[in-house]
Design a protein around this ligand. Sequence first.
Ligand SMILES: NC(=O)c1ccc[n+]([C@@H]2O[C@H](COP(=O)([O-])OP(=O)(O)OC[C@H]3O[C@@H](n4cnc5c(N)ncnc54)[C@H](OP(=O)(O)O)[C@@H]3O)[C@@H](O)[C@H]2O)c1
Length: 331
Amino acid sequence: MSNEIRWGIVGPGRIAESVMPDFGVTPDARAVAVASRSQERADAFAARHGLERAYGSYAEIVADPDIDVLYLATPHPQHHALAMAALRAGKAVLVEKAFTATTAGATEVVDLARETGAFVMEAMWTRFQPAVVELRRLVADGAIGEVRSVQADLGVAREYDPADRLFALELGGGALLDLGVYVVSFAQMLLGTPDRVVATGSVFPSGADAEAAILLGYDDGRNAALTTSLRYALPGAARVVGTTGWIDVLPRFHHPRTIVLHRQGAEPEEITRPQTGAGYAHELIEVTECLRAGRTESAVMPLADTLAVQDVLGQAADQLGVRHTEAVDVL
Ligand SMILES: NC(=O)c1ccc[n+]([C@@H]2O[C@H](COP(=O)([O-])OP(=O)(O)OC[C@H]3O[C@@H](n4cnc5c(N)ncnc54)[C@H](OP(=O)(O)O)[C@@H]3O)[C@@H](O)[C@H]2O)c1
């Protein structure tokens, strides 16, 4: 591996477009190629972002020997097949959230990564936001005592369109995998893997979930109360409650700038930590540094946490009667 980490982009859609400028502020990383299902879309994306190579199929970028890591930015059900192919080709992978559409799919990817020793990480950018890093530092320092409860909500008001990936079940549609993944991952980060999951909500005519409230229970009484929705907007706030205070994460908590520390008996303390670039740079830096150091996973977004989150989402989907599947014939 050369000194510089060479990246390939798979699926030039909305998020890929947003992430691209942050390569410019990621040391030792260079985006060199893109792959689309359409040569025309690949060419246009490569021209916009100054990439060296544009492929009209995903199979070609997987086979490109001059790429170290692929960033998978397709809808969730395509992640599994692409990650499996990339790992078999000896490439590292950064996989957009939700990691996969199913727990079984996520487990297969993680198993193969561990077998081949290749690096895989879920692109859960929240965990790398400087304000979230500071929150975790404060919690670890005992600033609010023992964390007992987490509250978080994330929702957007979107008009129902069964063809849109947000609503189409075969494209992983529904609030859970798109937005619920953030509230669940945030709670899992602070409380660990829950002993019980209780979900209630509603589904769209497509069979994708429209809204959900999820309660995570722990045998020692700790809990998380989480809400997500595609039917109506939610503030995007989070609160971490401890035995001697709490921390508010000001909206929107999945890429926050400011947290407010409420220590018992003290005035609230506002702490602001701006992002680098659009906020995606931090996860790109993590992957680049992990690869340069020869690590197979991130300590900040470990694969065990990704699996735990995917399992909670799967249990919630089951309870709502939502049936997600992994896509086949992706490459
Ligand atoms: N981290 C974040 O802030 C963030 C924000 C938004 C989305 N995401 C995640 O990123 C992923 C993509 O979301 P997005 O909003 O960027 O979606 P999008 O705009 O629809 O783009 C997805 C791209 O995937 C490719 N694709 C492959 N198979 C497809 C299929 N069967 N149907 C539709 N498109 C297909 C398409 O590119 P080609 O056909 O040209 O190959 C498309 O442009 C999702 O997993 C989502 O959760 C993350």
